[in-house]
Design a protein around this ligand. Sequence first.
Ligand code: AMP
Length: 620
Amino acid sequence: MTTSQENIPTGFDTLGLAQPLLKALADVGYETPSPIQAACIPPLLAGHDLLGEAQTGTGKTAAFALPLLQKIDLKRAVPQALILTPTRELAIQVAEALQKYAHHMPGFHVLPIYGGQSMVVQLRALSRGTHVIVGTPGRVMDHLERKSLVLDKLQMLVLDEADEMLRMGFIDDVKWILEHTPAERQTALFSATMPDVIRRVAREHLREPQEIKIRSATSTVVTTSQSYCQTHTGQKLEALTRILEVEDDFDAAIIFVRTKTATVELADKLEARGYSVAALNGDLTQGLREQVIERLKAGTIDIVVATDVAARGLDVARISHVINYDVPYDTEAYVHRIGRTGRAGRTGRAILFLAPREMYMLKLIERATKQKITALTMPTPGEVANRRVAQFTQQVVDIIKTEKLDFFFDVVRRMEGEQDIAAREIAAALAWLATRERPLQMPGANDHAPRDAASTPAAVPSASTFERKPARAKSDESTPAAEPRRERPAARSDTPVQQRTFVPGTLARYRIEIGRNQGVLPKEIVGAIANEAGIAGKDIGQINLFDDYSSVELPANLPADLMDILRRIRVRQFALKTRAMEPGEFVDTRPPRRAPPAGKKPDWKKPAGAKPEWKAKRER
Ligand code: AMP
């Protein structure tokens, strides 16, 4: 089955979901079901087995979670549904999503169980009773074997990211679990790809499954120039505002987000940063919606933050930019979105934000739009400052050309005479006054030297032009914004770092507050520690990346001054906040590899060279 934009129902209320779930969806601000949700929810509610081909980001969690929750009998605190996921992170994420959607189901309980977590804790939690289990296959199998988990009342089993479970060597565990759960259960299998092994599992363990595949039916040639910016969630707003500042030919933008709540939240944040912006979502009456569009046309606002549904049919010629702040569910939605720019014969510009785990969308969109999408990096504070200075310079030049300034010449001349200060100092002070509301320099701009001379606008005065008498010099914090100081190279290159020597001995594990979600690479961690703390590469041991932190092996008992440096080192703008890990704090989340059940041969071999993510070791 293939879905397309046109046949998405307008709301969740048409899918047969119960009131408590509809209320929770309204709370989280989902406006319309994603294609996979529209396609999966009705058959799952009707009790069919399901084979769904869908990636992360398509909304597949809610696609199985909502029907699953609807079938839960809250009065019976026994596992009625089991969701198997390849990783502990996904198990936790799915459990959190269930909790969110079950917000209006009093007494609902979901328990994530995964390897690496204390057995005692899990046994205690299981004995308290739960409605749904979300777990990794190895640990679920352990509990089934110990009889600490009994699934005789199981009604629904979901295999999430089945191909990932296959890749990680879990497929035999998964089959074992399928064989040890009630045969009459309902089963849903989701997988981003459908290799033969997965199809075979589906054939053997699913009953006449409905096959749901979300793919784009068409590809379209677009004339819009397209770029993407890879950033993790925490940096998106900063990246957006910096990009908006340095984009050429910016007139107006439509920014797409997924939820109604997000339209309002992002519009508020942009407004606080000085943009004229409004939210456009399905909660607005038709009258208010039209008002927003009129204001955009008239130029009283420059940015509209919208959901896909609310922006349907929007046709405003001055939209120069379409920003995909949240990635669309599929390529058709993307093509619809970017169709909002490039109107009236203009060339439009589309910018797509992608988290590292959403990067797979890039290829799909390139294929669908038959065009290369170029990479865009977040502009540095120095680049933003350069752009602001260039704009400010242009304003000054325009004023000199167009305004009558005789009276002001007199004012300046009088200042020079009466106060004994030079015209350039007066000009600098006036520039500061004029830009006080919107400083030309961003915080941290001094840490970033311009990439090359060409990127510095010609009109930027050299630093020495502005050198002031020491008595009047201000501290870093209070330096007037319009007083560009000499761009100094970042600390790491102008103060050679003392190389530390260590007696060869034991390494200890240290925790640093940056991880996979921040897109960090082990080599960046090694580079930063080596360059800024003077710890040679040979003294740095294994690095393990987790979602929001990492562990690094360094010589044990580092001196306080070095710990202080390690705490403050920044990688990708995150302070490492390094600290020694407590004994037992390091938990290797590598899934336990299990021998296949006796008598069975694994039907999967790890492809040569495949490197599971959890094995991320440092690359040098
Ligand atoms: P998933 O593919 O399940 O990992 O979901 C990806 C993201 O989309 C999650 O952040 C969800 O909260 C969000 N999401 C899922 N369904 C919807 C929807 N119908 N409307 C808006 N956001 C959604």
